[in-house]
Design a protein around this ligand. Structure first.
Ligand code: C2E
Ligand code: MG
Ligand code: MG
Length: 756
């Protein structure tokens, strides 16, 4: 039924699910991205580290290679000096050695003859034939011998040996130069930071020839490294290793539980091998830092994002509660009538739509309001009026059937949707409500108007159905016979006709189609003469004379009646002026004034001004105001009567006794004439004792209050006689004269036009 609210609620629920979904999705996405990102960054970083170490190894091996080669090249060049001298001449050899030494970076230079005797640049002569590097040189090999003791000063040194040939290419000895031990720290151009990094140079046997001072990694002999690289490589054949590693290889190894990156490069025509060993973590520590930093950043961002999402989720939850409360309250407001606590018209419409879907049952839409409810409000105040509306609401709630429903639309207007089997049930429902209202509301006599539309087409929208019930209700309101009426299509015709009237009424007034008819009033008793007249409007349209009953009620509703009243009043002024100017004493003509004037400020002044305009004395005009005006505020009415009288007009209460006015209202009410309603009279008036008693009482009371009486609607001699007998002073009715055109009245009253 309340689909809109259900839709809002479910949309709120969905928003929550959607949000939780988004949250889960975001968290999963971030986790997956991290899972992909971190390993790939680590891989990139690791490859970067390996490449870095590899290029460092290349550069350093090249540096070492150049270092050794330069020394060897110097010695090889120096060896050619001995071709020209007699090597048996020790003095000559010494001189040559000293000259070479002066230009070299070697600590000592020595020449060893084929006999194994070495002459040194220091001047010493020793037999060194037992030294391996001497034997290698004399065997024709150029060698670098690291870590050997120097024969000249007994310190450790690196010994460089080259063979010496004479011009004919015959080996004549070996030239040696000793140098301080090779120092990695001095030559390394490109290093990789870290105490745990170290450099080795292996000889072809796998023995460590040179080792960087930071050999703290506990690698020791190359065997450890070789074994770490490959379990199967247990031989000391570093060439095999290099071949297996593809010469310039980078290998990850684990030594004593520490992971290293090892890089290899051949030196001195691959006779030796240069190896750089760097702990893996040192190798890419900067990259690891980057990874850690990036991971940290992502983690922080993720946490912030998740925190933001949680905050938003909490906020959404709070808003959801607020909205939910709001929806609940709106629903309450929308569906509960604050005045009666019953259902509102919005809910009624929704229920109506659902009821129309049920094609099996017959439904009627009933429109119900209180007659002249405004007067009830005026008399009892708003709170009093509201109380009455609540009582009516309760009565309806008790009267309708289980599947029926109703709502207050506005003010005192209610709609009921009732199921029925028989038209009679609807009549009974209307009568039950009316009688309960009459029975329960005792403070004031209330009458209801009820319109019933038996829904003949289930597709008709609630508004249209309500309009039809309203038309029936209006008909009931205007009917004197019944307080409820059923809609029939002729009402639609009436509405159309009224619309047509409204379209032309202004023009008709301007064209003078509204005419004054006058119905003479007679004195009762012996004279029976015309004492005045009542002005009654007629609408002469399209050659037809339309009686006021056909348009005055409509004009009362749309307010146009006030214009008609002024028009009639002005016409009457003109007539009275005419009669006065003809020398007659004008007989009083009464003009009907709608109760709509009562609330118009300046209304009485306008009437007086009109009389002034035509120079008519106000005492020749009587203002008729219907008894029903008493439903307006009595104080206002009294004040208006007082004003009318103060201007010199006569005042009469029209249709007295037709409604619910009490005799009490006459008290303090400055009126001149009481027009007793014709409803008191029956055809056989003399036989109706009750009516006679009431009329005689009214007449007596009026004469007591100095108020004149006239009876309307006298149609028979019997009625005229009865009224005369009851003391009524004047009479008006078809028995004496019908409402007539002005010329007829003038002829009757003043004898005008008789001569024509
Ligand atoms: P009302 O003011 O009570 O006027 C008397 C009505 O009773 C007139 O009806 C008149 O023709 C009718 N009548 C007079 N004698 C008899 C009779 O013996 N038997 C019957 N059955 N009826 C009689 P009318 O002219 O049709 O006017 C109806 C009502 O329309 C008037 O009732 C009055 O309330 C209203 N009305 C007429 N002209 C005006 C007007 O200019 N302004 C306003 N505001 N209302 C007017
Ligand atoms: Mg009247
Ligand atoms: Mg009347």
């Amino acid at each position: 039924m309340n689909k809109r609210f259900e839709a809002i609620r479910s949309s709120l629920r969905n928003t929550e699910f959607f949000f939780i979904g988004v949250l889960v999705f975001v968290i999963l996405s971030i986790s997956m991205l991290l899972m992909i990102y971190i390993p790939s960054v680590a891989r990139i970083v690791s490859e970067g580290a390996e490449a870095e170490i590899s290029s460092a190894t290349l550069a350093n091996s090249y540096t070492a290679d150049t270092y050794f080669r330069n020394k060897m090249s110097f010695l090889e060049a120096a060896a050619s000096e001995f071709r020209k001298i007699d090597t048996a001449d020790t003095e000559k050899v010494l001189e040559t050695l000293r000259s070479i030494h002066a230009n070299s970076q070697f600590r000592h230079i020595g020449f060893t003859g084929t006999d194994g005797v070495t002459v040194s640049s220091t001047g010493s002569v020793e037999n060194t034939s037992n030294r391996q590097f001497i034997q290698a040189g004399l065997a024709g090999n150029a060698t670098v011998s690291p870590h050997v003791t120097c024969d000249f000063d007994n310190t450790y040194c690196d010994m460089y040996t080259v063979p010496v040939y004479n011009d004919s290419g015959k080996l004549i000895g070996a030239l040696t130069g000793d140098d301080e031990q090779f120092e990695f720290t001095e030559i390394m151009l490109l290093g990789i930071a870290g105490d745990k990094s170290c450099y080795f140079i292996f000889d072809s046997m796998g023995d460590v020839i040179y080792c960087s001072p930071g050999n703290s990694a506990g690698i020791g002999h190359a065997d450890n490294l070789l074994a770490a690289i490959d379990d199967e490589v247990v031989s000391k054949d570093i060439g095999f290793l290099l071949n297996s590693l593809n010469r310039s290889a980078v290998k990850r190894v684990s030594i004593n539980g520490v992971e290293y990156i090892a890089s290899f490069m051949g030196v001195l025509n691959d006779e030796w091998t240069f190896a750089a060993i760097v702990p893996a973590e040192t190798g890419y520590s900067s990259f690891t830092g980057l990874v850690v930093f990036t991971g940290f950043l992502i983690a922080i961002l993720s946490l912030l994002l998740i925190a933001a999402l949680i905050v938003v989720a909490v906020r959404i939850r709070a808003v959801k509660h607020d909205v939910s409360d709001f929806v609940g309250e709106s629903e309450q407001l929308l569906y509960t009538d604050s005045l009666t606590g019953g259902e509102t018209i919005a809910l009624f419409r929704e229920k109506y739509a659902a009821a129309m879907a049920d094609t099996a049952s017959e439904h009627a839409l009933i429109s119900l309001d209180v007659d002249r409810f405004k007067a009830v409000n005026d008399v009892f105040g708003f709170e009093g009026g509201n109380k009455i509306i609540r009582v009516i609401s309760d009565i309806i709630a008790r009267s309708i059937g289980r599947d029926d429903f109703f709502a207050r639309s506005s003010g005192d207007l209610f709609y009921i949707c009732a199921e029925f089997g028989d038209k009679r049930e609807l009549c009974e429902l209307a009568e039950r409500i009316m009688s309960d209202v009459e029975y329960q509301i005792t403070e004031v006599h209330l009458s209801l108007s009820i319109g019933i539309y038996m829904i003949d087409d289930k597709h008709i929208r609630s508004r249209v159905a309500a309009d039809r019930a309203d038309m029936a209700r209006e008909t009931a309101k205007n009917s004197k016979d019944s307080s409820y009426a059923f809609f029939d299509s002729s009402m639609l015709e009436r509405i159309r006709r009224e619309k047509r009237i409204e379209d032309i009424m202004e023009d008709s007034l301007a064209l003078g189609e509204f005419r004054v008819y006058l119905q003479p009033k007679y004195s009762l008793g012996s004279q029976n003469e015309v004492v005045g007249a009542e002005a009654l409007v007629r609408w002469n349209h399209d050659g037809r004379l339309i009686p006021p009953g056909d348009f005055i009620p409509l004009f009362e509703r749309n307010g146009f009646v006030t214009k008609i009243d002024y028009y009639m009043f002005e016409e009457v002024c003109k007539l009275q002026k005419k009669y006065a100017s003809l020398g007659f004493t004008p007989k009083i003509i009464s003009v009907n004034m709608s109760r709509l004037h009562i609330h118009k400020p300046g209304f009485v002044d306008e009437l007086a001004a009109m009389c002034d305009k035509y120079g008519v004395e106000t005492k020749y005009i009587e203002i008729e105001i219907t008894e029903s005006a008493a439903f307006e505020n009595m104080e206002t009415l009294r004040e208006i009567f007082r004003q009318i009288k103060s201007k010199g007009f006569h005042v009469s209460i029209d249709d007295f006794g037709s409604g619910y006015s009490s005799l009490n209202m006459l008290k303090d009410m400055p009126v001149d004439v009481l027009k007793i309603d014709r409803s008191f009279l029956t055809e056989k008036a003399d036989e109706n004792e009750d009516a006679s008693i009431i009329i005689s009482c009214v007449v007596m009371l009026a004469s007591h209050l100095d108020i004149h009486t006239i009876c309307e609607g006298i149609e028979t001699q019997v009625q005229a006689d009865l009224l005369t007998k009851l003391g009524c002073e004047m009479a008006q009715g078809f028995f004496f004269a019908r409402p007539m055109p002005v010329p007829d009245y003038e002829k009757l009253t003043y004898g005008l036009g008789e001569g024509k």
